[in-house]
Ligand binder design. Structure first.
Ligand code: SOE
Length: 380
């Protein structure tokens, strides 16, 4: 019998579902040192918590996160609630000696993220932030190719995250489902919500970002607030674009928007090195495009590698070669890697400290958009 790892899930929205699904599936596909148990789900509304518990198989419900954090039955607190709750819950969970996992971004601003990082480190508790896209097998393979030196010196990093769901001026802001449009809850707009993903992946693949120059725009200036019914100014960034210089000397462009008509979640990156280039696209997430200059001249060209073989990252744990997996599996991989790291007593990346580095970059982007100057992200 494996030792149980009792999970207290705070939140039941989109991320509550992806995380619960990850903990449910991980032990079926990966040989883990602990058995994750969906112990308690917490939501302010008891009926909603009960419905979620029945759907996903949680043993208990709670309506106050403090009760879950203080419960001796709980080993791990997973924060899947809106961004304005991350800080308080993470700090209390760390103080209570719980293992802490948190949905991205870590805090709404660097102050919250620093306090959260300090809290888990002072308590010495294992911690991780759900930057799931790293664990797409194609993205993990890109990391391996770069670390093996196959791209050589890196010159360029080019990345976008494009959506179109906020174009209508009739869309309200705030409240369940729309809190991402209310900066008092989210912290920022697309910079913290979308570019944070691009930045996390980019720094994992290509190292530290030293300086940025950015511009942001809020296209719809006021919207009705769902909670008050009042028309109030929109204070999030609807679009955010920046140039960056990495410590390794490479140059980068980053763009995120919710106003790219026709795009739902077009997350792409392309990396150009001296010897080879790679490209990845979330809409075709099981493929990695690879160009290798070492190929024989007359056959040289972009290859589209179908990342479904047993020697591709994570794939031997799934079906048979040729059969692909998708979005939900990135979370399953993250849960499995985290539980394996718990067993080994090693940190699992990205830790709170690594996610703090991402928040320092998003902060520099927002500062630069205001100052219209190049800004340096604070160093962790
Ligand atoms: C926003 O629409 C969102 O759901 C982000 O919050 C997620 O982090 C991203 O993965 C997809 O888009």
């Amino acid at each position: 019998m494996k030792k149980k790892l009792n999970i207290g899930m705070i939140g039941y929205g989109f991320m509550g579902r992806t995380h619960s699904n990850a903990f449910s599936k991980a032990p079926h596909f990966f040989d883990l040192p602990y058995e994750p148990v969906l112990k308690t789900v917490c939501a302010r509304n008891a009926d909603k918590a009960q419905a979620f518990a029945s759907q996903w198989g949680y043993e208990n419900i709670a309506t106050d996160w403090r009760e879950v954090v203080e419960s001796p039955d709980i080993d791990l607190i997973d924060i899947a609630s809106p961004n304005d709750t991350h800080y308080e819950i993470a700090v209390a969970a760390a103080k209570a000696g719980k293992i802490v996992m948190c949905e991205k971004p870590l805090g709404r601003n660097p102050g919250e993220s620093e306090a959260m990082t300090a809290a888990v480190e002072a308590a010495g508790v294992p911690n991780m932030v759900w930057y799931n896209y790293r664990r797409t097998p194609a993205v993990t393979l890109a990391k391996q190719l770069i670390d093996e030196g196959r791209l050589g010196r890196i010159f360029h990093y080019r990345t976008v995250f494009l959506q179109d769901w906020t174009i209508s001026a009739d869309l309200p802001q705030g409240g369940a489902g729309l809190w991402r449009l209310d900066s008092s809850v989210s912290g920022s707009g697309v910079t913290g919500d979308l570019l944070a993903h691009n930045i996390d992946t980019a720094m994992w693949l290509n190292g530290q970002i030293d300086e940025v120059t950015a511009m942001t725009e809020t296209f719809i200036k006021s919207r009705t607030h769902t909670l008050t019914g009042e028309v109030t100014p929109v204070t999030i960034d609807d679009a955010s674009l920046f140039l960056a210089r990495f410590s390794n000397g490479s140059l980068a462009t980053f763009e995120a928007t919710r106003y790219a008509r026709g795009h739902k979640a077009l997350y792409t990156f392309e990396i150009n090195g001296e010897k080879a280039s790679i490209k990845w696209d979330l809409h075709d997430l099981h493929r990695l495009e690879y160009f290798d200059y070492a190929d024989e001249g007359k056959l040289r060209g972009w290859k589209s590698i179908h990342i479904t073989d047993g020697d591709h990252p994570y794939m031997k744990n799934w079906w048979v070669p040729g059969l692909q997996i998708g979005y939900e599996h990135t979370f399953v991989h993250q849960a499995a890697d985290f539980i394996n790291a718990l067993g080994a007593g090693t940190p699992a990346s990205p830790t709170f400290r690594e996610a703090l580095a991402t928040d320092y970059v998003t902060d520099a982007v927002l500062r630069s958009a205001k100052s219209r100057q190049w800004e340096q992200p604070k160093k962790v």
